[in-house]
Design a binder for this molecule. Structure first.
Ligand code: PRP
Length: 215
């Protein structure tokens, strides 16, 4: 039997996914030990799990380096890879928002030269160009996006808001919600054909667990 390989987005989402896998009878003891290892195996179940940078998870899945990936909807939309999105795990819930300093709130759609800082240029472009029909300048950042309007790099940001603490503690507010987000199971298209039964079985077990938890 060949291995089923999972790519998980490093961090809290990976930990929550490991809980789910354990509950559906697919534990990986090796992952519980503190280490800098990136790939883990459960030989008995022919299961491999590796930890990747969040934005790379859809890439591993598209190319078949992983059969299954667990990643936020934000990354799925932004990366726009040729993969199947199979299940909403309902964890890591947050929103993609337009935010900024309060005095910009009523001005953003009136500006002809709005500067938008974001880690998500495709999502920002889609929102402003296609939904709002507004031409804006997108400034790509790689993190701490909330800094941009404070130091005068941009007029607003497009970023994830979870608890809202980062915005609040930096004097920023949400202007508009672009879309709700949560973690999803994604699957490689070829794996879905070759290992259809095993993959569907895993997803069905996860779905049943989610249903149970929501009861
Ligand atoms: C994310 C996001 C916000 C923050 C939102 O950043 O980009 O900055 O979390 O969470 P909150 O609403 O609960 O405060 P992340 O922690 O991934 O770090 P980064 O800014 O370096 O990307």
């Amino acid at each position: 039997m060949k291995y089923i390989t999972f790519a998980l987005a490093k961090g809290r989402l990976a930990e929550q996914t490991m809980d789910i896998l354990e509950k559906i009878g697919m534990p990986c003891e090796e992952m519980k030990e503190k280490s800098r290892k990136l790939i883990f195996v459960n030989e008995e179940l022919k299961l491999k799990i590796f930890l990747a940078k969040t934005s790379d998870v859809p890439t591993y899945v598209e190319h078949g380096a992983a059969d299954i990936g667990v990643v936020g909807k934000d990354t799925i939309i932004e990366e726009n890879r040729n993969i199947y999105e199979m299940l909403d795990l309902g964890i890591g819930k947050c929103s993609m928002c337009v935010a900024g300093l309060p005095d910009m709130k009523d001005k953003i759609h009136k500006s002809h030269s709005l500067k938008v800082a974001t880690k998500y240029p495709n999502i920002a472009r889609e929102y402003f160009y296609h939904k709002m029909r507004q031409t804006v300048e997108i400034i790509k950042l790689n993190g701490s996006v909330e800094l941009a309007p404070i130091v005068g790099l941009s007029d607003c940001i497009v970023d994830i808001v979870e608890s809202g603490a980062t915005l609040k503690e930096n004097g920023l507010v949400v202007f508009e919600e672009i879309c709700p987000l949560s973690a999803r199971i994604v699957v490689n298209r070829v794996s879905m054909k070759i290992d259809h039964k095993r993959i569907i079985d895993i997803i069905d077990k996860m779905r049943a667990l989610l249903k149970e938890d929501n009861l």
